[in-house]
Design a protein around this ligand. Structure first.
Ligand SMILES: Cc1cc2nc3c(=O)[nH]c(=O)nc-3n(C[C@H](O)[C@H](O)[C@H](O)COP(=O)(O)O)c2cc1C
Length: 402
């Protein structure tokens, strides 16, 4: 445990109502605590960030059709994903480098997801050992796989995740190369991750301006390795530069076969945009797909995830479950996604900003904001259960379902 860190109670006060009312407030506080480079890493997207912004904006094209004069004294937010019961219709998406946002970030994010009765997906690009994350979390955990160390290294990690009790393997397929995240270069993400003092010099002012974060990062051991990617003869893989790492993580449909054989459990394909690819995922043995554009961080110019969802839902035709992520900032966005056929959604930045703002209590606050949003929205909509949501509760532009 990092000694000088603030207590959970004191952190919780920093994100309490009414200082923090919505997710955007958490973003504002994250910006205040984090050096520019870390905030930019969370916040930014690829190239012109068209898809990043479109992910959020497109929810506005979906309009509710409420049923009035319906008493909704209580609201059932429960669902199941791949047979696993969840208290909430959203899970925490895999987000790399969480330990850069807050000491032992993955540990706290997973702990808070469990406390709220939902699941957490641990990224391969994490700074905390998967066994430690498992120890702190009583709820469902899934492991997100990249293969930067090659097949044998990935198979060893898969075996570890299985032994530790992770329930599903999430294979991300949208990173054949890294998207051009321009903000990362401007603020110096590479020197920070490489720990290169000389090339960090031009960027050093931002760390001086954020002494609390800097002290936390140093006290946490300035983590710059991925302890879940064990390279033979070397040990934990150094973070190096994100772009270079992603280029080593190309996954083809053929690879899904060996991943499936190694995992021997539910496999989820994350990063599907089209009905054709969703059907390919079914053929490759996927139990679910995640309609996702990586939060607008990869191919700029693809449509918003919520826009791509109806095509995928139609193509899948109930054969497997469909999840979606991208741009979810309000509980109402989650309701819209479920009306359009998603089994549940994943949230990324919404909790990453919370973690950056105030560690575990910041994540708990993000979850709580979305939970209360969900209940309010459902009551206003006149619907008492997630299971009863369907397309009749929303209107979409006509060409969405053509
Ligand atoms: C800072 C950051 C790091 C991410 N790292 C990963 C990762 O390691 N693996 C992965 O599959 N997706 C990663 N993603 C994508 C998320 O899993 C998710 O698809 C995306 O954040 C959803 O969009 P939202 O942030 O608008 O909710 C990352 C996203 C962010 C914002």
């Amino acid at each position: 445990m990092v000694r000088h860190m603030r207590s959970d109670a004191s952190l919780a006060r920093t994100v309490a109502f009414p200082r923090v009312i919505n997710i955007e407030d958490l973003r504002r506080l994250a910006r205040r605590r984090l050096p520019s480079v870390v905030f930019a890493y969370i916040d930014g997207g690829a190239e012109d960030e068209v898809t990043l912004h479109e992910n959020v904006r497109a929810f506005r094209d979906v309009a509710f059709r409420p049923r009035q004069c319906v008493a909704v004294p209580s609201c059932d937010l429960r669902t199941t994903v791949l047979g696993t019961p969840l208290a909430l219709p959203f899970m925490l998406a895999p987000v790399g480098f969480c330990r850069m946002f807050y000491p032992r970030g993955e540990f706290y994010a997973a702990r808070e997801a469990s406390a709220a009765g939902t699941g957490y997906i641990l990224s391969t690009f994490s700074g905390t050992r998967l066994e430690e994350v498992r120890e702190g979390a009583s709820g469902p955990l899934w492991y997100q796989l990249y293969v930067p160390g090659g097949r044998a290294v990935a198979e060893a990690t898969i075996a570890r995740a299985k032994a530790a009790g992770f329930g599903a393997l999430v294979v991300t397929i949208d990173t054949p190369v890294a998207g051009l995240r321009e903000r990362d270069f401007r603020y110096g993400v590479r020197p920070l991750l490489q720990g290169n003092v000389w090339s960090s010099l031009p960027h050093v002012g931002q760390f001086i301006r954020r002494p609390r974060w800097t002290m936390d990062f140093i006290a946490d051991g300035s983590p710059r390795v991925f302890p879940n990617v064990e390279l033979p003869g070397i040990g934990a893989m150094p973070c190096g530069d994100v772009g270079g790492l992603l280029e080593k993580t190309l996954v083809t449909w053929e690879d899904l076969r060996w991943m499936h054989d190694a995992w021997k459990g539910p496999l989820i394909v994350k990063g599907v945009h089209t009905g054709d690819d969703a059907r390919r995922a079914i053929d490759a043995g996927a139990s679910a797909v995640v309609v996702s554009n990586h939060g607008g961080r990869q191919l700029d110019g693809v449509p918003a995830s919520i826009r791509a969802l109806p095509e995928v839902v139609t193509a899948v035709n109930g054969q497997i479950e469909v999840l979606v992520d991208g741009g979810i900032r309000r509980g109402g966005d989650i309701v819209k996604a479920i009306c359009l056929g998603a089994r549940a959604v994943l949230i990324g930045r919404a909790y990453a900003w919370g973690l950056g703002a105030a560690g575990g209590p910041g994540v708990a606050r993000a979850i709580e904001i979305l939970r209360t949003d969900l209940i309010r929205t459902m009551r206003l909509l006149g619907c008492d259960s997630m299971a009863k949501l369907d397309r009749s509760y929303v209107d979409t532009p006509r060409d969405w379902t053509a």
